[in-house]
Write a protein that binds this ligand. Structure first.
Ligand SMILES: Nc1ncnc2c1ncn2[C@@H]1O[C@H](COP(=O)(O)OP(=O)(O)OP(=O)(O)O)[C@@H](O)[C@H]1O
Length: 606
Protein backbone atom coordinates (compact mmCIF):
# COMPACT_ATOMS: atom_id res chain seq x y z
CA UNK A 1 0.00 0.00 0.00
CA UNK A 2 1.65 3.26 -1.02
CA UNK A 3 1.74 5.93 1.66
CA UNK A 4 -0.52 8.27 -0.28
CA UNK A 5 -3.39 5.76 -0.13
CA UNK A 6 -3.39 5.79 3.64
CA UNK A 7 -6.56 6.95 5.32
CA UNK A 8 -7.17 10.31 6.92
CA UNK A 9 -7.77 8.44 10.19
CA UNK A 10 -4.23 7.13 10.01
CA UNK A 11 -2.76 10.56 9.43
CA UNK A 12 -4.76 12.09 12.28
CA UNK A 13 -3.80 9.38 14.75
CA UNK A 14 -0.17 9.28 13.71
CA UNK A 15 -0.11 13.03 14.34
CA UNK A 16 -1.18 12.40 17.95
CA UNK A 17 1.96 10.38 18.60
CA UNK A 18 4.11 13.46 18.04
CA UNK A 19 3.15 14.76 21.50
CA UNK A 20 4.60 11.65 23.12
CA UNK A 21 8.34 11.11 22.56
CA UNK A 22 8.19 7.41 23.56
CA UNK A 23 5.38 6.61 21.14
CA UNK A 24 7.12 8.62 18.45
CA UNK A 25 10.41 6.76 19.01
CA UNK A 26 8.62 3.41 18.67
CA UNK A 27 6.83 4.67 15.58
CA UNK A 28 10.14 5.78 14.06
CA UNK A 29 12.08 2.63 15.01
CA UNK A 30 13.83 0.84 12.17
CA UNK A 31 15.03 -2.37 13.83
CA UNK A 32 13.69 -4.71 16.52
CA UNK A 33 11.65 -2.67 18.97
CA UNK A 34 10.02 -3.59 22.28
CA UNK A 35 7.52 -1.27 23.93
CA UNK A 36 7.18 -1.90 27.64
CA UNK A 37 4.49 0.19 29.21
CA UNK A 38 1.64 0.37 31.67
CA UNK A 39 -2.11 0.25 31.13
CA UNK A 40 -3.76 2.84 28.91
CA UNK A 41 -0.41 4.11 27.67
CA UNK A 42 -1.27 3.55 24.02
CA UNK A 43 0.71 0.36 23.38
CA UNK A 44 -1.91 -1.09 21.07
CA UNK A 45 -2.43 2.27 19.42
CA UNK A 46 1.29 2.59 18.74
CA UNK A 47 1.44 -0.98 17.45
CA UNK A 48 -1.37 -0.55 14.92
CA UNK A 49 0.00 2.77 13.69
CA UNK A 50 3.48 1.32 13.34
CA UNK A 51 2.08 -1.61 11.43
CA UNK A 52 0.21 0.71 9.09
CA UNK A 53 3.45 2.62 8.50
CA UNK A 54 5.42 -0.56 7.88
CA UNK A 55 2.83 -1.77 5.38
CA UNK A 56 2.98 1.57 3.60
CA UNK A 57 6.70 2.26 3.64
CA UNK A 58 8.78 -0.80 4.43
CA UNK A 59 7.30 -3.83 2.72
CA UNK A 60 5.87 -4.39 -0.69
CA UNK A 61 3.27 -7.04 -1.62
CA UNK A 62 3.41 -10.01 -1.81
CA UNK A 63 5.65 -9.53 1.23
CA UNK A 64 3.98 -8.21 4.35
CA UNK A 65 3.58 -8.51 8.10
CA UNK A 66 2.11 -10.88 10.65
CA UNK A 67 0.44 -9.41 13.70
CA UNK A 68 -0.27 -11.88 16.46
CA UNK A 69 -1.78 -11.83 19.90
CA UNK A 70 -3.07 -14.17 22.56
CA UNK A 71 -6.83 -14.37 22.43
CA UNK A 72 -9.54 -14.14 19.83
CA UNK A 73 -10.94 -11.05 21.58
CA UNK A 74 -7.59 -9.24 21.34
CA UNK A 75 -7.21 -10.31 17.71
CA UNK A 76 -10.62 -8.90 16.94
CA UNK A 77 -9.79 -5.63 18.64
CA UNK A 78 -6.62 -5.39 16.54
CA UNK A 79 -8.56 -6.16 13.37
CA UNK A 80 -11.05 -3.46 14.22
CA UNK A 81 -8.41 -0.84 14.99
CA UNK A 82 -6.45 -1.66 11.85
CA UNK A 83 -9.61 -1.44 9.75
CA UNK A 84 -10.18 2.05 11.08
CA UNK A 85 -6.78 2.96 9.66
CA UNK A 86 -7.71 1.44 6.32
CA UNK A 87 -5.82 -1.83 6.75
CA UNK A 88 -7.46 -5.25 6.70
CA UNK A 89 -6.44 -8.84 6.71
CA UNK A 90 -5.00 -9.82 3.33
CA UNK A 91 -2.72 -12.51 1.96
CA UNK A 92 0.25 -10.36 3.00
CA UNK A 93 -1.21 -9.20 6.34
CA UNK A 94 -2.01 -11.77 8.97
CA UNK A 95 -3.93 -10.55 12.01
CA UNK A 96 -4.84 -13.29 14.47
CA UNK A 97 -3.96 -15.49 17.37
CA UNK A 98 -0.69 -17.30 17.81
CA UNK A 99 -2.60 -20.55 17.26
CA UNK A 100 -4.00 -19.32 13.97
CA UNK A 101 -0.56 -18.16 12.87
CA UNK A 102 1.06 -21.51 13.66
CA UNK A 103 -1.70 -23.39 11.86
CA UNK A 104 -1.90 -21.26 8.74
CA UNK A 105 1.61 -20.03 8.26
CA UNK A 106 3.79 -22.74 9.76
CA UNK A 107 2.14 -26.15 9.97
CA UNK A 108 -0.08 -26.11 6.90
CA UNK A 109 2.56 -24.95 4.45
CA UNK A 110 5.62 -26.68 5.93
CA UNK A 111 4.42 -29.43 8.31
CA UNK A 112 4.43 -32.14 5.65
CA UNK A 113 7.77 -31.10 4.17
CA UNK A 114 9.36 -31.12 7.60
CA UNK A 115 7.98 -34.58 8.24
CA UNK A 116 6.63 -33.45 11.60
CA UNK A 117 4.91 -36.24 13.42
CA UNK A 118 1.50 -34.58 13.21
CA UNK A 119 -1.55 -36.19 11.64
CA UNK A 120 -2.20 -34.61 8.25
CA UNK A 121 -4.45 -33.10 7.06
CA UNK A 122 -4.56 -31.20 10.33
CA UNK A 123 -7.78 -31.70 12.22
CA UNK A 124 -8.15 -29.73 15.44
CA UNK A 125 -9.98 -31.61 18.22
CA UNK A 126 -13.18 -30.06 19.49
CA UNK A 127 -13.26 -29.07 23.15
CA UNK A 128 -15.50 -32.04 23.85
CA UNK A 129 -13.16 -34.53 22.13
CA UNK A 130 -10.24 -33.12 24.02
CA UNK A 131 -12.04 -33.24 27.39
CA UNK A 132 -13.20 -36.82 26.79
CA UNK A 133 -9.72 -38.06 25.91
CA UNK A 134 -8.17 -36.27 28.87
CA UNK A 135 -10.66 -37.86 31.21
CA UNK A 136 -10.36 -41.33 29.71
CA UNK A 137 -6.56 -41.33 29.91
CA UNK A 138 -6.51 -39.74 33.37
CA UNK A 139 -9.01 -42.28 34.77
CA UNK A 140 -7.03 -45.14 33.26
CA UNK A 141 -3.73 -43.95 34.72
CA UNK A 142 -4.78 -42.69 38.14
CA UNK A 143 -8.30 -44.06 38.77
CA UNK A 144 -11.67 -42.29 38.63
CA UNK A 145 -11.86 -39.12 40.74
CA UNK A 146 -8.08 -38.57 40.78
CA UNK A 147 -6.91 -35.12 41.93
CA UNK A 148 -4.84 -34.16 38.84
CA UNK A 149 -6.27 -31.19 36.98
CA UNK A 150 -6.37 -30.58 33.21
CA UNK A 151 -5.28 -26.99 33.82
CA UNK A 152 -1.99 -28.24 35.33
CA UNK A 153 -1.52 -30.65 32.45
CA UNK A 154 -1.98 -27.74 30.03
CA UNK A 155 0.53 -25.59 31.91
CA UNK A 156 3.09 -28.40 31.92
CA UNK A 157 2.73 -29.05 28.19
CA UNK A 158 3.00 -25.36 27.34
CA UNK A 159 5.82 -24.43 29.63
CA UNK A 160 8.20 -27.42 29.37
CA UNK A 161 8.91 -27.81 25.69
CA UNK A 162 11.87 -30.13 25.88
CA UNK A 163 10.45 -33.59 26.46
CA UNK A 164 13.88 -35.09 27.20
CA UNK A 165 14.50 -32.64 30.05
CA UNK A 166 14.53 -33.22 33.79
CA UNK A 167 11.83 -30.56 34.14
CA UNK A 168 9.44 -32.61 32.01
CA UNK A 169 9.94 -35.76 34.11
CA UNK A 170 9.96 -33.86 37.40
CA UNK A 171 6.18 -33.67 37.35
CA UNK A 172 5.93 -37.38 36.70
CA UNK A 173 2.17 -37.83 36.75
CA UNK A 174 1.51 -34.82 34.52
CA UNK A 175 4.15 -36.02 32.05
CA UNK A 176 2.60 -39.52 31.88
CA UNK A 177 -0.88 -38.08 31.52
CA UNK A 178 0.22 -35.70 28.75
CA UNK A 179 1.98 -38.44 26.81
CA UNK A 180 -0.98 -40.84 27.13
CA UNK A 181 -3.38 -38.10 26.06
CA UNK A 182 -1.29 -37.14 23.04
CA UNK A 183 -1.04 -40.79 21.95
CA UNK A 184 -4.83 -41.11 22.05
CA UNK A 185 -5.24 -37.82 20.26
CA UNK A 186 -2.94 -38.92 17.44
CA UNK A 187 -4.67 -42.29 17.23
CA UNK A 188 -7.88 -40.35 16.54
CA UNK A 189 -6.01 -38.34 13.86
CA UNK A 190 -6.26 -35.12 15.85
CA UNK A 191 -4.19 -32.27 17.24
CA UNK A 192 -5.32 -29.86 19.92
CA UNK A 193 -4.83 -26.15 20.35
CA UNK A 194 -1.66 -26.43 22.36
CA UNK A 195 -0.21 -28.81 19.78
CA UNK A 196 -0.42 -26.08 17.15
CA UNK A 197 2.01 -23.86 19.01
CA UNK A 198 4.18 -26.71 20.31
CA UNK A 199 4.62 -28.12 16.79
CA UNK A 200 5.04 -24.65 15.34
CA UNK A 201 7.89 -24.11 17.76
CA UNK A 202 9.48 -27.44 16.87
CA UNK A 203 9.21 -26.63 13.20
CA UNK A 204 11.08 -23.33 13.41
CA UNK A 205 13.58 -24.65 15.96
CA UNK A 206 14.56 -27.80 14.11
CA UNK A 207 14.27 -26.81 10.46
CA UNK A 208 16.55 -23.96 9.40
CA UNK A 209 15.11 -23.87 5.89
CA UNK A 210 11.75 -22.65 7.21
CA UNK A 211 13.26 -19.35 8.37
CA UNK A 212 14.07 -17.75 4.99
CA UNK A 213 10.72 -18.92 3.61
CA UNK A 214 8.88 -17.28 6.48
CA UNK A 215 11.04 -14.17 6.24
CA UNK A 216 10.29 -13.89 2.53
CA UNK A 217 6.58 -13.81 3.26
CA UNK A 218 6.55 -11.86 6.53
CA UNK A 219 9.67 -9.74 6.97
CA UNK A 220 7.95 -8.12 9.94
CA UNK A 221 6.35 -9.69 13.00
CA UNK A 222 4.26 -7.62 15.41
CA UNK A 223 3.11 -9.03 18.75
CA UNK A 224 0.54 -7.47 21.08
CA UNK A 225 0.07 -8.51 24.75
CA UNK A 226 3.42 -10.29 24.66
CA UNK A 227 3.32 -11.00 28.40
CA UNK A 228 0.45 -13.48 27.88
CA UNK A 229 1.97 -15.55 25.12
CA UNK A 230 4.13 -18.13 26.85
CA UNK A 231 7.37 -19.98 26.30
CA UNK A 232 6.60 -21.60 22.95
CA UNK A 233 5.83 -18.32 21.25
CA UNK A 234 8.84 -16.75 22.93
CA UNK A 235 11.06 -19.39 21.35
CA UNK A 236 9.39 -18.92 17.98
CA UNK A 237 9.92 -15.17 18.22
CA UNK A 238 13.58 -15.41 19.22
CA UNK A 239 14.30 -17.91 16.49
CA UNK A 240 12.59 -16.08 13.64
CA UNK A 241 13.79 -12.63 14.72
CA UNK A 242 17.35 -13.24 15.82
CA UNK A 243 18.25 -16.22 13.59
CA UNK A 244 15.77 -15.64 10.78
CA UNK A 245 16.14 -11.88 10.26
CA UNK A 246 12.47 -11.07 10.75
CA UNK A 247 12.00 -7.62 12.24
CA UNK A 248 10.16 -7.68 15.56
CA UNK A 249 7.84 -5.08 17.02
CA UNK A 250 6.36 -6.25 20.31
CA UNK A 251 4.39 -4.51 23.02
CA UNK A 252 3.35 -5.63 26.47
CA UNK A 253 3.23 -5.05 30.18
CA UNK A 254 4.60 -7.64 32.62
CA UNK A 255 2.41 -6.12 35.39
CA UNK A 256 -0.61 -7.27 33.40
CA UNK A 257 0.58 -10.86 33.08
CA UNK A 258 -2.44 -12.87 34.28
CA UNK A 259 -2.09 -16.15 32.45
CA UNK A 260 0.67 -17.74 34.53
CA UNK A 261 -1.61 -20.77 34.99
CA UNK A 262 -1.30 -21.42 31.26
CA UNK A 263 2.49 -21.13 31.30
CA UNK A 264 2.75 -17.45 30.35
CA UNK A 265 5.49 -15.44 31.99
CA UNK A 266 5.91 -11.65 31.97
CA UNK A 267 9.69 -12.04 32.46
CA UNK A 268 10.08 -13.26 28.86
CA UNK A 269 9.29 -9.79 27.53
CA UNK A 270 11.81 -8.24 29.91
CA UNK A 271 14.39 -10.70 28.61
CA UNK A 272 13.80 -9.53 25.04
CA UNK A 273 13.87 -5.89 26.05
CA UNK A 274 17.28 -6.30 27.65
CA UNK A 275 18.99 -7.51 24.48
CA UNK A 276 21.55 -5.18 22.90
CA UNK A 277 20.12 -5.62 19.42
CA UNK A 278 16.68 -4.42 20.47
CA UNK A 279 15.46 -0.85 20.93
CA UNK A 280 13.54 -0.62 24.16
CA UNK A 281 10.85 2.02 24.60
CA UNK A 282 9.11 2.80 27.85
CA UNK A 283 5.84 4.79 28.00
CA UNK A 284 4.80 6.60 31.18
CA UNK A 285 1.67 8.53 30.24
CA UNK A 286 -1.76 7.00 30.81
CA UNK A 287 -4.35 8.34 28.35
CA UNK A 288 -7.23 6.34 29.78
CA UNK A 289 -7.69 6.99 33.45
CA UNK A 290 -8.12 9.96 35.73
CA UNK A 291 -5.13 10.77 37.90
CA UNK A 292 -6.54 9.31 41.13
CA UNK A 293 -7.23 6.03 39.34
CA UNK A 294 -3.68 5.89 37.99
CA UNK A 295 -2.26 6.44 41.51
CA UNK A 296 -4.70 4.01 43.14
CA UNK A 297 -3.85 1.27 40.69
CA UNK A 298 -0.13 1.65 41.39
CA UNK A 299 -0.91 1.42 45.09
CA UNK A 300 -2.90 -1.74 44.45
CA UNK A 301 -0.01 -3.21 42.52
CA UNK A 302 2.34 -2.28 45.34
CA UNK A 303 4.97 -0.96 42.93
CA UNK A 304 5.82 2.65 42.13
CA UNK A 305 5.92 2.81 38.35
CA UNK A 306 5.75 6.58 38.03
CA UNK A 307 2.85 6.51 35.55
CA UNK A 308 0.99 9.75 35.06
CA UNK A 309 -2.45 10.57 33.82
CA UNK A 310 -2.62 12.58 30.62
CA UNK A 311 -5.62 14.47 31.93
CA UNK A 312 -4.71 15.81 35.35
CA UNK A 313 -7.97 17.66 35.92
CA UNK A 314 -10.31 14.75 35.34
CA UNK A 315 -12.49 13.91 38.35
CA UNK A 316 -12.63 10.32 39.54
CA UNK A 317 -14.84 8.23 41.81
CA UNK A 318 -13.11 5.47 43.78
CA UNK A 319 -15.54 3.71 46.10
CA UNK A 320 -15.22 0.80 48.53
CA UNK A 321 -18.72 -0.59 48.98
CA UNK A 322 -19.76 -3.12 51.60
CA UNK A 323 -22.90 -5.14 50.84
CA UNK A 324 -24.20 -7.33 53.68
CA UNK A 325 -25.83 -10.00 51.61
CA UNK A 326 -23.07 -11.59 49.55
CA UNK A 327 -22.48 -11.68 45.83
CA UNK A 328 -26.20 -11.59 44.96
CA UNK A 329 -26.58 -8.47 47.11
CA UNK A 330 -23.53 -6.88 45.49
CA UNK A 331 -24.92 -7.55 42.01
CA UNK A 332 -28.33 -6.17 43.02
CA UNK A 333 -26.70 -3.04 44.47
CA UNK A 334 -24.66 -2.55 41.29
CA UNK A 335 -27.70 -2.62 39.01
CA UNK A 336 -30.11 -0.77 41.30
CA UNK A 337 -27.84 1.98 42.63
CA UNK A 338 -24.46 2.33 40.99
CA UNK A 339 -25.47 2.00 37.35
CA UNK A 340 -28.39 4.49 37.42
CA UNK A 341 -26.19 7.00 39.28
CA UNK A 342 -23.32 6.52 36.82
CA UNK A 343 -25.66 6.98 33.84
CA UNK A 344 -27.02 10.17 35.34
CA UNK A 345 -23.55 11.51 36.20
CA UNK A 346 -22.39 12.16 32.64
CA UNK A 347 -24.50 13.21 29.67
CA UNK A 348 -24.23 10.79 26.77
CA UNK A 349 -22.95 7.93 28.91
CA UNK A 350 -24.69 4.65 28.07
CA UNK A 351 -24.75 1.08 29.38
CA UNK A 352 -21.96 0.19 26.95
CA UNK A 353 -19.64 2.50 28.91
CA UNK A 354 -20.10 0.44 32.07
CA UNK A 355 -18.68 -2.97 32.97
CA UNK A 356 -19.20 -5.34 35.87
CA UNK A 357 -16.11 -7.49 36.39
CA UNK A 358 -15.95 -10.70 38.40
CA UNK A 359 -13.63 -13.61 39.05
CA UNK A 360 -15.32 -16.53 37.28
CA UNK A 361 -18.42 -17.66 35.42
CA UNK A 362 -20.19 -18.74 38.62
CA UNK A 363 -20.10 -15.15 39.79
CA UNK A 364 -21.11 -14.21 36.24
CA UNK A 365 -24.30 -16.28 36.61
CA UNK A 366 -25.27 -14.31 39.71
CA UNK A 367 -24.52 -10.96 38.09
CA UNK A 368 -26.37 -11.94 34.90
CA UNK A 369 -29.41 -12.92 36.98
CA UNK A 370 -29.45 -9.51 38.67
CA UNK A 371 -29.09 -7.71 35.32
CA UNK A 372 -31.91 -9.78 33.81
CA UNK A 373 -34.16 -9.11 36.82
CA UNK A 374 -33.53 -5.38 36.36
CA UNK A 375 -34.41 -5.61 32.66
CA UNK A 376 -30.94 -4.56 31.49
CA UNK A 377 -29.57 -5.77 28.16
CA UNK A 378 -26.08 -7.12 28.55
CA UNK A 379 -23.20 -8.79 26.76
CA UNK A 380 -21.47 -11.51 28.68
CA UNK A 381 -17.93 -12.78 28.11
CA UNK A 382 -16.94 -15.76 30.26
CA UNK A 383 -16.88 -19.55 30.20
CA UNK A 384 -20.61 -19.79 30.78
CA UNK A 385 -21.30 -17.58 27.81
CA UNK A 386 -23.51 -19.44 25.34
CA UNK A 387 -20.63 -19.90 22.88
CA UNK A 388 -16.94 -19.17 22.78
CA UNK A 389 -15.43 -16.50 20.61
CA UNK A 390 -13.46 -18.21 17.90
CA UNK A 391 -12.60 -16.84 14.48
CA UNK A 392 -15.81 -18.20 12.90
CA UNK A 393 -18.25 -17.01 15.58
CA UNK A 394 -16.56 -13.59 15.59
CA UNK A 395 -16.86 -13.46 11.82
CA UNK A 396 -20.59 -14.33 12.01
CA UNK A 397 -21.08 -11.55 14.58
CA UNK A 398 -19.30 -9.06 12.34
CA UNK A 399 -21.37 -10.14 9.32
CA UNK A 400 -24.46 -9.56 11.49
CA UNK A 401 -23.17 -6.09 12.36
CA UNK A 402 -22.68 -5.31 8.68
CA UNK A 403 -26.13 -6.61 7.64
CA UNK A 404 -27.87 -4.81 10.51
CA UNK A 405 -26.82 -1.40 9.17
CA UNK A 406 -23.03 -1.38 9.49
CA UNK A 407 -22.88 -1.56 5.67
CA UNK A 408 -23.94 2.10 5.50
CA UNK A 409 -20.70 3.32 7.06
CA UNK A 410 -18.45 0.36 6.22
CA UNK A 411 -18.17 -0.79 9.84
CA UNK A 412 -16.96 -3.43 9.51
CA UNK A 413 -15.63 -3.25 5.98
CA UNK A 414 -17.16 -5.72 3.54
CA UNK A 415 -13.75 -6.37 1.98
CA UNK A 416 -12.44 -7.42 5.39
CA UNK A 417 -15.34 -9.85 5.87
CA UNK A 418 -14.63 -11.35 2.44
CA UNK A 419 -10.90 -11.70 3.13
CA UNK A 420 -11.55 -13.37 6.46
CA UNK A 421 -13.96 -15.75 4.72
CA UNK A 422 -11.31 -16.68 2.17
CA UNK A 423 -8.86 -17.18 5.02
CA UNK A 424 -11.09 -19.93 6.44
CA UNK A 425 -10.34 -22.01 3.36
CA UNK A 426 -7.26 -23.79 4.54
CA UNK A 427 -6.75 -25.57 1.27
CA UNK A 428 -5.29 -23.34 -1.39
CA UNK A 429 -7.94 -21.91 -3.66
CA UNK A 430 -7.27 -20.41 -7.06
CA UNK A 431 -7.75 -16.71 -7.76
CA UNK A 432 -10.77 -17.57 -9.87
CA UNK A 433 -12.37 -19.62 -7.08
CA UNK A 434 -11.64 -16.84 -4.61
CA UNK A 435 -13.35 -14.34 -6.90
CA UNK A 436 -16.44 -16.53 -7.23
CA UNK A 437 -16.59 -17.15 -3.47
CA UNK A 438 -16.28 -13.43 -2.73
CA UNK A 439 -19.04 -12.65 -5.23
CA UNK A 440 -21.39 -15.27 -3.75
CA UNK A 441 -20.76 -14.06 -0.23
CA UNK A 442 -21.32 -10.42 -1.20
CA UNK A 443 -24.64 -11.35 -2.80
CA UNK A 444 -25.67 -13.39 0.22
CA UNK A 445 -24.80 -10.66 2.74
CA UNK A 446 -26.44 -8.01 0.56
CA UNK A 447 -29.65 -10.05 0.49
CA UNK A 448 -29.59 -10.49 4.28
CA UNK A 449 -29.48 -6.79 5.14
CA UNK A 450 -32.31 -5.72 7.40
CA UNK A 451 -32.88 -3.13 10.10
CA UNK A 452 -34.92 -5.39 12.31
CA UNK A 453 -34.41 -9.11 12.00
CA UNK A 454 -33.88 -11.95 14.40
CA UNK A 455 -30.33 -13.21 14.80
CA UNK A 456 -31.62 -16.78 14.55
CA UNK A 457 -32.98 -16.31 11.01
CA UNK A 458 -29.81 -14.56 9.90
CA UNK A 459 -27.48 -17.30 11.13
CA UNK A 460 -29.72 -19.99 9.60
CA UNK A 461 -29.59 -18.23 6.23
CA UNK A 462 -25.84 -17.69 6.42
CA UNK A 463 -25.31 -21.35 7.28
CA UNK A 464 -27.58 -22.66 4.55
CA UNK A 465 -26.18 -20.19 2.01
CA UNK A 466 -22.46 -20.84 2.49
CA UNK A 467 -21.26 -21.67 5.97
CA UNK A 468 -22.40 -25.28 6.20
CA UNK A 469 -20.57 -26.18 3.01
CA UNK A 470 -17.36 -24.59 4.28
CA UNK A 471 -17.55 -26.33 7.66
CA UNK A 472 -18.21 -29.68 6.01
CA UNK A 473 -15.22 -29.30 3.71
CA UNK A 474 -12.63 -27.91 6.14
CA UNK A 475 -11.54 -30.44 8.74
CA UNK A 476 -9.26 -27.97 10.46
CA UNK A 477 -12.33 -25.93 11.43
CA UNK A 478 -13.91 -28.78 13.41
CA UNK A 479 -13.31 -27.14 16.79
CA UNK A 480 -14.83 -23.92 15.52
CA UNK A 481 -17.82 -25.80 14.08
CA UNK A 482 -18.58 -26.89 17.64
CA UNK A 483 -18.84 -23.23 18.73
CA UNK A 484 -21.04 -22.34 15.75
CA UNK A 485 -23.28 -25.24 16.86
CA UNK A 486 -23.46 -23.75 20.34
CA UNK A 487 -24.31 -20.35 18.89
CA UNK A 488 -27.16 -21.90 16.88
CA UNK A 489 -28.45 -23.77 19.96
CA UNK A 490 -28.44 -20.56 22.03
CA UNK A 491 -30.35 -18.67 19.32
CA UNK A 492 -32.95 -21.44 18.89
CA UNK A 493 -36.42 -21.09 20.41
CA UNK A 494 -36.04 -21.82 24.11
CA UNK A 495 -32.27 -21.06 23.97
CA UNK A 496 -30.60 -18.43 26.15
CA UNK A 497 -30.33 -15.96 23.23
CA UNK A 498 -33.65 -16.80 21.58
CA UNK A 499 -34.79 -13.17 21.42
CA UNK A 500 -31.53 -11.69 20.20
CA UNK A 501 -31.94 -9.38 17.22
CA UNK A 502 -29.47 -8.99 14.40
CA UNK A 503 -28.01 -5.68 15.58
CA UNK A 504 -27.38 -7.14 19.03
CA UNK A 505 -25.63 -10.18 17.60
CA UNK A 506 -23.48 -7.74 15.62
CA UNK A 507 -22.72 -5.75 18.73
CA UNK A 508 -22.00 -8.66 21.01
CA UNK A 509 -18.81 -7.07 22.06
CA UNK A 510 -19.14 -3.42 22.42
CA UNK A 511 -22.67 -2.20 21.77
CA UNK A 512 -23.62 1.13 23.38
CA UNK A 513 -26.90 -0.35 24.55
CA UNK A 514 -25.53 -3.34 26.38
CA UNK A 515 -24.03 -3.50 29.82
CA UNK A 516 -20.72 -5.42 29.77
CA UNK A 517 -20.37 -8.43 32.06
CA UNK A 518 -16.91 -9.94 31.97
CA UNK A 519 -14.46 -11.96 33.95
CA UNK A 520 -11.43 -9.98 35.02
CA UNK A 521 -9.41 -12.05 32.55
CA UNK A 522 -11.64 -11.18 29.60
CA UNK A 523 -11.56 -7.49 30.49
CA UNK A 524 -7.91 -7.37 29.45
CA UNK A 525 -7.31 -4.72 26.80
CA UNK A 526 -10.76 -3.13 27.29
CA UNK A 527 -11.68 0.28 28.67
CA UNK A 528 -14.89 1.63 30.22
CA UNK A 529 -15.96 4.88 31.89
CA UNK A 530 -17.22 2.97 34.89
CA UNK A 531 -15.88 -0.29 36.29
CA UNK A 532 -17.73 -2.18 39.01
CA UNK A 533 -15.77 -5.05 40.53
CA UNK A 534 -17.78 -7.55 42.57
CA UNK A 535 -16.68 -10.42 44.81
CA UNK A 536 -13.68 -8.65 46.33
CA UNK A 537 -13.58 -10.98 49.33
CA UNK A 538 -10.88 -13.27 50.62
CA UNK A 539 -11.68 -16.70 49.19
CA UNK A 540 -12.55 -15.21 45.81
CA UNK A 541 -9.97 -12.51 44.99
CA UNK A 542 -7.51 -13.67 46.12
CA UNK A 543 -8.31 -17.31 46.72
CA UNK A 544 -7.45 -18.35 50.27
CA UNK A 545 -4.00 -19.81 51.04
CA UNK A 546 -2.55 -19.05 47.62
CA UNK A 547 1.16 -19.71 47.18
CA UNK A 548 3.21 -16.51 46.69
CA UNK A 549 3.36 -16.72 42.88
CA UNK A 550 -0.39 -17.29 42.61
CA UNK A 551 -1.00 -14.45 45.08
CA UNK A 552 1.09 -12.10 42.92
CA UNK A 553 -0.95 -13.11 39.89
CA UNK A 554 -4.22 -12.44 41.74
CA UNK A 555 -2.89 -9.03 42.62
CA UNK A 556 -2.11 -8.36 38.95
CA UNK A 557 -5.63 -9.46 38.10
CA UNK A 558 -6.99 -6.90 40.56
CA UNK A 559 -4.69 -4.33 38.92
CA UNK A 560 -5.97 -5.20 35.45
CA UNK A 561 -9.54 -4.66 36.71
CA UNK A 562 -8.79 -1.26 38.23
CA UNK A 563 -6.92 -0.02 35.20
CA UNK A 564 -9.86 -0.62 32.84
CA UNK A 565 -11.64 2.46 34.30
CA UNK A 566 -11.59 5.95 32.87
CA UNK A 567 -13.65 7.76 35.52
CA UNK A 568 -15.17 5.53 38.18
CA UNK A 569 -14.22 2.41 40.12
CA UNK A 570 -16.59 0.72 42.52
CA UNK A 571 -15.18 -2.16 44.57
CA UNK A 572 -17.86 -4.34 46.18
CA UNK A 573 -17.36 -6.83 49.00
CA UNK A 574 -19.26 -8.57 51.80
CA UNK A 575 -16.62 -9.92 54.16
CA UNK A 576 -17.60 -13.51 53.47
CA UNK A 577 -17.80 -15.99 50.60
CA UNK A 578 -20.22 -18.85 49.96
CA UNK A 579 -18.32 -22.08 49.39
CA UNK A 580 -19.42 -25.71 48.92
CA UNK A 581 -18.66 -26.07 52.65
CA UNK A 582 -20.93 -23.21 53.59
CA UNK A 583 -20.48 -19.51 54.26
CA UNK A 584 -16.93 -18.53 55.24
CA UNK A 585 -16.36 -15.23 57.04
CA UNK A 586 -12.76 -14.69 56.02
CA UNK A 587 -13.11 -10.95 55.59
CA UNK A 588 -12.87 -8.73 52.55
CA UNK A 589 -9.97 -8.95 50.11
CA UNK A 590 -6.66 -7.96 51.72
CA UNK A 591 -5.99 -6.06 48.48
CA UNK A 592 -8.77 -3.64 49.52
CA UNK A 593 -7.32 -3.21 53.01
CA UNK A 594 -3.92 -2.37 51.60
CA UNK A 595 -5.29 -0.07 48.94
CA UNK A 596 -7.52 1.85 51.32
CA UNK A 597 -4.72 2.23 53.81
CA UNK A 598 -2.26 3.46 51.16
CA UNK A 599 -4.82 5.88 49.76
CA UNK A 600 -5.49 7.29 53.22
CA UNK A 601 -1.77 7.65 53.86
CA UNK A 602 -1.29 9.43 50.56
CA UNK A 603 -4.24 11.74 51.16
CA UNK A 604 -2.93 12.45 54.69
CA UNK A 605 0.42 13.46 53.20
CA UNK A 606 -1.15 15.96 50.81
N1 LIG B 1 -0.86 9.82 21.79
C1 LIG B 1 -2.13 9.68 22.16
N2 LIG B 1 -2.97 10.72 22.14
C2 LIG B 1 -4.26 10.60 22.52
N3 LIG B 1 -4.82 9.45 22.94
C3 LIG B 1 -4.05 8.36 22.98
C4 LIG B 1 -2.66 8.41 22.59
N4 LIG B 1 -2.16 7.16 22.77
C5 LIG B 1 -3.18 6.39 23.23
N5 LIG B 1 -4.31 7.11 23.36
C6 LIG B 1 -5.62 6.61 23.83
O1 LIG B 1 -5.41 5.96 25.09
C7 LIG B 1 -6.29 4.86 25.26
C8 LIG B 1 -5.49 3.61 25.60
O2 LIG B 1 -4.74 3.20 24.44
P1 LIG B 1 -4.41 1.68 24.16
O3 LIG B 1 -5.64 0.86 24.28
O4 LIG B 1 -3.64 1.61 22.90
O5 LIG B 1 -3.49 1.40 25.42
P2 LIG B 1 -2.77 0.10 25.91
O6 LIG B 1 -1.44 0.55 26.40
O7 LIG B 1 -2.76 -0.94 24.85
O8 LIG B 1 -3.69 -0.31 27.14
P3 LIG B 1 -3.85 -1.67 28.00
O9 LIG B 1 -2.48 -2.24 28.22
O10 LIG B 1 -4.45 -1.19 29.29
O11 LIG B 1 -4.76 -2.54 27.24
C9 LIG B 1 -7.06 4.72 23.98
O12 LIG B 1 -8.32 5.33 24.15
C10 LIG B 1 -6.19 5.48 22.98
O13 LIG B 1 -6.94 6.01 21.89
Amino acid sequence: MPLRSISAAYLAQAGELAGNPGQQAAYDSTGHCIVLAGPGSGKTKTLVLKLARIMAEDVRAPRGAACITYSQECARELTRRLERLGLREAPNLFIGTVHGFCLRHLLMPYGRLADLRVPLPLTVATQRQSDQLLKRVGDRLFGVGHPNKPIDLGRHRRSVLDRGSVAWREEEELAAWAEGYETELRRAGLVDFDDLVIFGQRLVSEHDWVLPLLQAKFPVLAVDEYQDLGVALHRIVKRVAFDGGIRLFAVGDPDQSIYGFTGADGALLQELAERDDVERVQLQLNYRSASRIVSASEMALGEARGYQSHDLDRQAVIAFVECDDGLAGQAAHAVAEIIPAALAAKPGRSLGDIAILYRDFRAGDIVAEAATAAGLDFVRVDNAAPYRKVALTSWIEDCAGWCAGGWREARPQLRGLLDRWLGFHRARISDEQARVEAQRLTQLLWSLRTDDGLARDFVAALKAGMLDALMAAEQSLSDQREQVGRMVAALAIGGSLADLDLASLGGRDGSPLHLNLLTLHSAKGCEYDVVIMVGLDLGSLPWRNELPAARRESRRLFYVGLTRARDEIHMLYSGFVDTPRGRMHWGRSPFLDELEERMQEAEGDE
